[in-house]
Design a protein around this ligand. Structure first.
Ligand code: AHR
Length: 502
């Protein structure tokens, strides 16, 4: 078998401008994402507001544009009023989604303050599970109305003179799921979301709203749920949200790394569904996708919430991510870059501890797991224009997928004309030689070939050994004329950075 992969990039063949909002994440009031994660008053590394500065260092480096808040499933029984005002007066509540006690010590204003420190904005999610249009309007008024109304004056009385000016609003979360408090059919939800969005935009016509589509491509109701909801709400919303988590539950690495073929198919189907409703409505508007939960995760872990109910900030969904997860996440990021023309928002789910690559000990240290670096490099170098790569890779069959390319890649060119090639090698046993032909770019040279690899797909980082799996810059990429030559190590995530010669 010819094991070489050929990639062609042409300066004039582009997918589109990459929206900075695809570099976003998700802070849910779940387990130890917030409490014991980004917020832990009294921790030796916490500032006077309780924000952990050791965690902040890792989150800041990701250069996130937005963080979705406060859920997730959490939002569907959330009363936002519980989380504002004097902390001593905030009620404790049994929280239904995660079966925890929610003390409401971290609410809207704490999220705004932490976001400022982190250098990111917020995607606020409103509760359309147990609540409706009125409470969504109240929250919007509290956050964005300048002054002189009940809720804006309440915000000011809480110490926030300036409005928070939150621009992106999710109209609830995963309403298609049986696990959701307030599950609805696509038509029921679409009608409520449409009226909520309409009213919210009457109050603040600068906001964009996100319709909750399917929670997974494996939902039997996908894509009918999305089509039904869009049919009701198409003209009133700006994005369709979709979610996906991939897992190696079967413990079959070859098959696991192929699962991103389903991500590609999922995105294509979601886009096609949007375009079908666009055609049906004779609309001029193109609906963008908000891929506002994606990651690798074994979702069966969610059942753990029933084991020790009604605790404060238990360790929930704290999967220990490893090298193979880093490759699969890298592969998801490649798929997102390849759909940069339609994916306007993308949120890595989540940011700290729960389904996350930043891990803390409550009262103790903080370290990061291998996929953190896949995302860090994507956020650092994946900006600008997404190029259309033509890839000719050898293929393999896995248990669930046929014709799986061993190599997948995306490429970007930034404002400074730096070219970045993001590539994975799915081959668990062998490295693969790659040739990248550059057409029409002028003269370039290799600046750096960054590689994330490891001896064993299960290798990870721990508190004791936090640098076991970290990227290195010893990749062997070089250029000869217009061609980049590189060897992609087995099961690896690569970023080849090229700079223009003067
Ligand atoms: O991220 C954990 C949960 O996964 C979110 O709360 C929910 O939206 C999804 O099912």
């Amino acid at each position: 078998m010819n094991r070489k992969t050929r990639i062609t990039l042409d300066k004039d063949f582009t997918i589109g401008k990459i929206d900075d909002k695809i570099f976003s994440s998700f802070v849910e009031l779940l387990g130890r994402c917030v409490y014991g994660g980004i917020y832990e008053p009294g921790h030796p590394m916490a500032d006077e507001k309780g924000f952990r500065l050791d965690v902040l260092k890792f989150t800041k480096d990701l250069n996130l544009t937005l963080n979705r808040f406060p859920g997730g499933n959490f939002v569907s029984s959330y009363r936002w009023e519980d989380g504002v005002g004097p902390k001593s007066k905030r009620p404790k509540r049994p929280e239904l989604a995660w079966q925890c006690i929610e003390p409401n010590q971290f609410g809207t204003n704490e999220m705004v303050e932490w976001s400022k420190l982190n250098g990111s904005g917020i995607i606020m999610t409103v509760n359309l599970g147990t609540r409706g249009i009125e409470q969504a309007l109240d929250l919007l008024e509290y956050c964005n109305f300048p002054e002189g109304s009940y809720y804006s004056d309440l915000r000011i009385s809480h110490g926030y003179k300036e409005p928070h000016n939150i621009k992106y609003w999710c109209l609830s979360n995963e309403v298609d799921g049986v696990w959701q408090v307030g599950q609805k059919t696509g038509t029921e939800y679409g009608r409520l979301a449409r009226e909520t969005s309409k009213a919210m935009k009457l109050l603040d016509n600068t906001i964009s709203t996100i319709l909750a589509g399917s929670s997974s491509p494996s939902q039997a109701t996908f894509p009918a749920f999305d089509a039904d909801a869009l049919d009701e709400a198409y003209d009133f919303v700006d994005y369709l949200s979709i979610h996906q988590y991939l897992s190696n539950r079967e413990n079959d690495t070859r098959n696991y790394v192929a699962k991103t073929l389903s991500t590609e198919a999922y995105l294509k189907s979601a886009i096609a569904t949007c375009d079908f409703i666009k055609a049906k409505h004779r609309s001029k508007k193109t609906m963008m996708i908000s891929f506002d939960e994606f990651n690798t995760w074994d979702a069966t872990m969610a059942e753990d919430r029933f084991k020790n109910r009604w605790q404060f900030a238990p360790s929930l969904l704290e999967q220990v991510y490893n090298m193979e997860d880093a490759v699969v996440l890298g592969s998801m990021l490649i798929v997102i870059l390849k759909h940069a023309d339609r994916v306007g928002i993308a949120c890595l789910s989540e940011l700290v501890n729960s389904i996350a690559h930043i891990r803390t000990e409550t009262g103790g240290g903080c370290w990061v797991l291998p996929p953190y670096y896949s995302y860090l490099l994507f956020s650092k170098y994946g900006r600008g224009i997404s190029l259309l790569p033509v890839i000719d890779s050898p293929k393999y069959d896995s248990v669930q997928y046929t014709d799986v390319p061993f190599v997948d890649a995306a490429a970007t060119i930034d404002e400074g004309n730096c070219l970045s090639i993001f590539a994975i090698n799915r081959d668990v046993d062998n490295s693969i030689p790659v040739e990248v032909l550059l057409r029409g770019f002028g003269q370039y040279r290799v600046k750096e070939h960054i590689v994330l690899e490891s001896e064993n797909p299960k290798d990870t980082n721990t508190k004791e050994n936090p640098n076991n799996v970290v990227p290195h810059s010893n990749g062997n990429a070089f250029m000869d004329g217009d061609v980049v030559y590189a060897e992609l190590p087995r099961l690896s995530w690569n970023v080849i950075r090229l700079e223009k010669m003067k």
